[in-house]
Design a binder for this molecule. Structure first.
Ligand code: SF4
Ligand code: F3S
Length: 106
């Protein structure tokens, strides 16, 4: 399965959702997650993310390993998103900022 990681927080470009053939992205206030039970490992979303926040589970950086559980949990709580929307106005300012997990809104 593929996993959305920390750099999506407050960037939320949503380019990823347009290419997913099985609609497995779910949207929260400032972050997206992938439903691991729906993802078919098609790999299409990974190169679409301008923030490079999407990884195959097997390629997850060690410091992002906790996002596997975060995706699994929040995808059960948040609604599906299938259409791209405008990112936050300050998305670029947040791209690459460290320690954004504390800013994740649920
Ligand atoms: Fe969707 Fe494919 Fe990305 Fe999985 S790898 S989330 S199926 S686009
Ligand atoms: Fe997030 Fe990248 Fe999608 S920033 S919303 S994973 S395009």
């Amino acid at each position: 399965t593929f996993v959305v990681t920390e750099n999506c927080i407050k960037c939320k470009y949503t380019d990823c959702v347009e290419v997913c053939p099985v609609d497995c992205f779910h949207e929260g206030p400032n972050f997206l997650v992938i439903d691991p039970e729906e993802c078919i490992d098609c790999t299409l979303c990974e190169p679409e993310c301008p923030a490079e926040a999407i990884f195959a589970e097997d390629d997850l950086p060690e410091d992002q390993a906790h996002f596997k559980a975060i995706n699994a949990q929040l995808s059960k709580e948040w609604p599906v998103i299938t259409e791209r929307k405008e990112p936050p106005a300050d998305a670029k300012d947040w791209d690459g900022k460290p320690d954004k997990l504390a800013l994740l809104e649920r």
